[in-house]
Each structure stands twice: as C-alpha cells, then as structure tokens.
Ligand binder design. Structure first.
Ligand SMILES: NC(=O)c1ccc[n+]([C@@H]2O[C@H](COP(=O)([O-])OP(=O)(O)OC[C@H]3O[C@@H](n4cnc5c(N)ncnc54)[C@H](OP(=O)(O)O)[C@@H]3O)[C@@H](O)[C@H]2O)c1
Length: 327
C-alpha cells in the first residue's frame, strides 16, 4: 500500500489488527467530507490507525459503515453523521469550498487540537471564522481521486499519488499521513505553496469549465492565449501576496500541470457538467479580492468569474447527463 519513495510505515497497529477493534472514545484523526478525496485519505489512514469519517447524515454514514469500494478494496468506515461527530485530536476538512462554514462548525464540536483544510481555493479565513480550535489552517494536496457509480454502488478511484504539504503545527498529522504511506511533509512557507496552487487553479479551472475543455486543450489555440493572459494578470497580484515564483516560472508551472493532466476534466468543469455549485468563490473570487485590495486589474479573471457563476445551478446551468470520467 506504500507509495513509491515513501518511508515505510512505522506501524504499531497493522491494519488487519484494527479491523473489528472497538472504536476509541476519542479519535486521533477525523475527516469531514466523505467524498472522493476524503474517502481516499480515510481508506489509506484506516489501514494504520482509527479514523472517524464524518458524513452528511445518518443514511450516508450507514452506507459507509456497510462498505464503499475505494480503489481495489472495500472500505468499511468508522462513519458518523454530521450532527453527532465523536471527539477527535485532529480534523481534516475535505468538503467542497461552499460547505466550509458548516464543516468548521462540525469540527469545533469535536474539540480538536487542530483543524486542517486540504481543500482547493483559499478557505482558511472562512474556517477560522467559524471554528475556534487552537490551530486552524490550510495545507495543499496534489493527491487525486474521483467518484463513479451510483449512490447505492459507489466507487472511489484514486487518480495518482501526489504530495500533501501541511503548515507548521500540524506535524502529528503529517506523521499520520506518512505512516499511511502517503507523501506528506510540513512546508515552512505554506503561504507561498498555497498561492502556487491557487495560481494553477485560477488559470485552469474556470477556463476549462467555461469552454468545456479537457486540461490539455487549454495548451492549444484558441485557448492557449487566454490561459497565458490569465497567468499574466494573476502573477503580479499573487507575487505581491507572497508567491515565490517569477512570471516565467509561474507560466511554466501552469503549462506543466495542464500537460500532465491533459486528458483530465478539471473539477470545476465536472461541477458545471453535473449541475453543481462550483468552487469559483474560493478560487477566482479569492484572487479578485486580493486584486481589489491592491487596486490591481484582473479583467480576464473577472469575466471568467461572471461566466462560471452564470453556469451554476439556478442560473441557466449547462448540466448534462454524460458521466465525468476524469478528475
Ligand atoms: N478530488 C480530488 O482529486 C481533489 C484533489 C485536490 C483537492 N480537492 C479538493 O478537496 C475538496 C473535496 O473534494 P472532493 O472531490 O472530495 O469533493 P466531493 O467528492 O464532492 O466530496 C465532498 C463531500 O463532502 C460532503 N459534505 C458536504 N457538506 C457536508 C457537511 N456539512 N457535513 C458532512 N459532509 C459534507 C459531501 O456530501 P454530499 O455528497 O452529500 O454533498 C461530499 O461527500 C475540494 O475542495 C476539492 O477542490 C479535491
């Protein structure tokens, strides 16, 4: 189960010994958000330690207890409904950005030492506004997973190993992730790392969503010019906020991600196609706020922000029934 290059788990509680063990009174770790990424992380972590999975309601929790397929295994989660979460030392938030405030309130209920968002977009301030745990912060992850199948026969498919960077103070969580064989480390300049991830998200996600294009198509005409303009506009703002890349490196980073994920559908495109709310406020909305604060112009981002909002439910969504096949 170890990802290549990861230290072997120093595991006093092998997964097999955990199965059937009584649930602890207080969990060392809980994950709020039993979706693609939450279940991917939970299934890996549950191999080496008890993990509480917080689902939206009793029905969803019961389904997760019965078992959900994650990769090539059936994962029977220690699942709880959101209105009855157990106490936990550390909490990872993996709901979509629009559900952050609700997740923060659930997390506070669990009396944790720390709450860590691994969501896309900038959600740390929102989380802090709704949760008074001793530590509340945001890391980033390039782990990937997607959901397929039906609600009754759901499957979570991990889509390639990535890396998870955590803020200082979350060393115990990094340690747990490493024990589960995931690439994870504490990043001293987590602010710059978050901005680098935001740069990629503001360039790729809305453009892919509005044009219904796979990531690779953004590198070819006619979309390539707009992709590059998005980086050119965003870079001065993000650099002023602490992005540690010069503009050529920023452009190269965005191109490399679009290339490496060329066959994929960006998550914002998947949300639009499924008629769901997107994470545009936490992604492009965060950039627009920074630009406004600094009196900087980002007109292409503003136009894309409005275009994505117009595609969201209740605003003439372009929802279609064909399933998404990629992350
Ligand atoms: N998937 C990836 O590859 C990936 C990679 C990097 C980052 N991310 C980020 O990680 C976050 C989660 O993404 P995802 O793809 O895992 O999303 P997802 O599959 O939609 O999962 C989110 C889960 O959160 C649940 N939820 C929402 N509100 C809740 C609440 N109040 N209480 C309990 N559960 C609640 C949802 O339940 P319902 O289904 O009932 O709404 C859903 O199961 C996003 O910010 C995303 O951008 C994802």
């Amino acid at each position: 189960m170890n990802a290549p290059g990861c230290p072997p788990p120093d595991d006093p509680l092998p997964g097999a010994a955990l199965r059937g063990a009584p649930p602890p009174d207080r969990y060392p770790l809980a994950i709020i958000g039993a979706g693609a990424l939450g279940l991917h992380f939970a299934a890996r972590l549950a191999e080496v330690m008890p993990v509480a999975v917080i689902a939206r309601d009793d029905e969803r929790a019961a389904r997760l207890k019965a078992g959900v397929t994650v990769g090539d295994r059936v994962f029977k989660a220690d699942a709880f409904a959101a209105d009855a979460p157990p106490p936990a030392d550390w909490v990872i938030v993996l709901v979509k950005a629009g559900d952050t405030a609700a997740a923060a309130a659930i997390a506070e209920h669990m009396q944790p030492l720390g709450v860590l968002s691994l969501q896309n977009g900038l959600t740390g301030d929102l989380l802090r506004a709704h949760c008074r745990a001793p530590r509340v912060d945001q890391g980033i992850t390039t782990e990937g997973a997607y959901r397929e199948g039906t609600a009754e026969a759901e499957r979570v498919q991990p889509s390639g190993a990535g890396e998870t960077l955590l803020p200082r103070g979350f060393e115990p969580v990094a340690e747990m992730l490493m024990r589960a064989g995931l690439h994870a480390r504490v990043e001293p300049d987590i602010g710059a790392a978050r901005l680098a991830k935001l740069l990629v998200n503001v360039a790729i996600n809305p453009l892919a969503a509005v044009h219904r294009a796979n990531n690779g198509a953004l590198l070819a005409p006619p979309l390539r010019a707009e992709l590059d303009r998005l980086v050119h506009e965003a870079w001065p703002v993000l650099h002023a906020e602490g992005l540690a890349l010069d503009e050529p490196a920023a452009l190269a980073r965005v191109h490399a991600v679009a290339q490496a994920t060329g066959a994929n559908r960006a998550s914002m495109l998947q949300d639009v196609l499924a008629g769901r709310r997107t994470e545009i406020d936490a992604i492009t909305g965060a950039l627009l706020q920074m630009a406004a604060r600094r009196g900087m112009a980002v007109p292409t981002h503003e136009a894309l922000y409005q275009a994505v909002r117009a595609l969201e439910p209740g605003k003439g969504s372009l929802s279609e029934s064909r399933p998404c096949t990629d992350t």
